[in-house]
Design a binder for this molecule. Structure first.
Ligand SMILES: *Cc1c(COP(=O)(O)O)cnc(C)c1O
Ligand SMILES: [Zn+2]
Length: 436
């Protein structure tokens, strides 16, 4: 048998892996403006035709209330589709649901890191374990499934790196053509990690905010499904699964405090939304306090932290310059909402310089055996500061969201770590090297 590169994908109906998925039914009624509340038809659109506010998914809330239960969730697959009743399902046809096994990642106790920080109880939400190595698989699973249901053939994204890899992987598995747009100077792991799946990788001479502007124009013209532009309402909902999982994995309890990284701010906002839904639908005890939500940024791209420090909800765009490329969004779409969540829950938003990000990656790896990309270093380094500054209480049950895998950004730590001994294959030489 000879191994040849398969042809680039064309849109064909490839049945996804639906084994174990509970019978999910259409549970959305349309879209709705997040600002003025005006309803909109279900479509690949992202701005309100009345006020230009961002659109969100409107669920059939009576249906959800009658259907959602711990039992139904626990009987579901070991992927984010176990929460399918609470995520947008646009078609009864299970073939529209794309599943690479994303989600239900481990929530691991981190006793050695906790001891180092002086915390009583610390957990890691380990999203390095997703199929393409980052939490973006959650949002892409939902966005591409929506694209399928809406009859969209070609999918695309504006990416800081991880989204490109995730869209490429899921599009390949679904047999959909994909165009992923990235800044031209990304880490090698991010470029190769997208191109290997056969997607069209478009390197744009500019930063992420330039890439995003171009993609808004292309989306209007080509009719492609840009997961984080015209499919953003569906895309953003995928992040709620992190919140559901944390609660289920804590035995249907909410944590006291969550520390998560911020790029656009969408993931952070949606984890908080998930906690609210868990209470509303009786999945956790309604008397439990709302978890505090604290956000982590890199100093070189900290528009949300900067607004928080000014006690303002008005985010001033920045020109990013940080090794945390996956978080380098200078004009964050959900910055305003993320600030509201941090404030309303009693959390904070902080930032750390690049050397602390590298130290954070090493600290996490050395205490807990988890190799995170720069975004994980940002989260850990901010957590260190939050504990020192008294923003995180030593007695709280804390969850740190580790959102991407370190093998994608080895250049960040390459200079800081490496071979510790050198020897010939002779035992004597090794013993000498060991003693030296
Ligand atoms: C995109 C990304 C984030 C932040 O996502 P937003 O929802 O845009 O805030 C965090 N971590 C990693 C690894 C990412 O790729
Ligand atoms: Zn509106």
């Amino acid at each position: 048998m000879t191994l040849t590169t398969p042809p680039s994908p064309t849109a064909t109906a490839v049945p996804p892996n639906t084994a174990g998925v509970p019978a999910l039914g259409v549970n959305v009624t349309g879209l709705r403006c997040r600002e003025c509340g005006e309803p909109e038809e279900l479509a690949s659109s992202h701005v309100c035709s009345w006020c230009f506010g961002p659109l969100e998914v409107a669920y059939d809330e009576a249906l959800l209330a009658s259907r959602v239960s711990r039992e139904r969730i626990e009987a579901g697959p070991r992927s984010l589709w176990r929460y399918g009743d609470l995520l947008p399902v646009l078609s009864d046809d299970p073939a529209t649901r794309i599943d690479l096994g994303t989600g239900f990642t481990p929530l691991r106790p981190a006793p050695r890191l906790a001891a180092h920080l002086g915390l009583r109880e610390l957990w890691l939400k380990d999203d390095t374990r997703n199929p393409s190595g980052s939490f973006k698989d959650r949002v892409v699973t939902i966005a591409l499934s929506a694209a399928r249901a809406l009859g969209i053939e070609t999918v695309a994204c504006a990416s800081t790196g991880n989204l490109a890899g995730s869209v490429s992987a899921h599009a390949a598995a679904a047999g959909m053509p994909a165009y992923v747009f990235i800044p031209h100077d990304l880490e090698r792991g991010k470029v190769v990690g997208a191109a290997v799946y056969g997607a069209n990788v478009v390197a744009v001479e500019g930063n992420y905010d330039d890439v995003n502007r171009l993609c808004v124009e292309v989306a209007d013209r080509e009719g492609w499904g840009f997961v984080n532009v015209n499919l953003r309402a569906f895309y953003a909902e995928g992040s709620k699964s992190i919140g559901y999982e944390i609660a289920e994995q804590l035995g249907w309890q909410l944590p006291d405090h969550v520390v998560a990284p911020l790029a656009s701010g969408a993931m952070f906002t949606k984890i908080d939304k998930a906690f609210g839904e868990l209470r509303r639908y009786g999945l956790v005890d309604d008397a439990q306090p709302t978890p505090r939500m604290s956000g982590a940024q890199a100093t070189g791209c900290s528009p949300i932290a900067e607004a928080f420090a000014r006690e303002s909800l008005d985010v001033r765009p920045q020109r990013p310059d940080t090794i945390a490329r996956s978080l380098a969004i200078g004009n964050p779409a959900d910055g305003y909402y993320a600030l509201q969540v941090a404030r309303a829950t009693g959390g904070v938003v902080g930032h750390v310089p690049d050397d602390e990000i590298v130290a954070g990656i090493q600290l996490l790896a050395r205490t807990e055996g988890v190799f995170a990309e720069t975004a994980g270093g940002v989260t850990v380094a901010n957590l260190v500061r939050f504990v020192e500054q008294g923003h995180v209480d030593r007695d709280e049950r804390v969850v740190a969201v580790i959102s991407g895998n370190g093998y994608k950004t080895i250049e960040a730590v390459e200079a800081a770590v490496g071979v510790t001994h050198r020897t010939t294959p002779a035992l004597d030489d090794f013993l000498q090297a060991l003693g030296a």
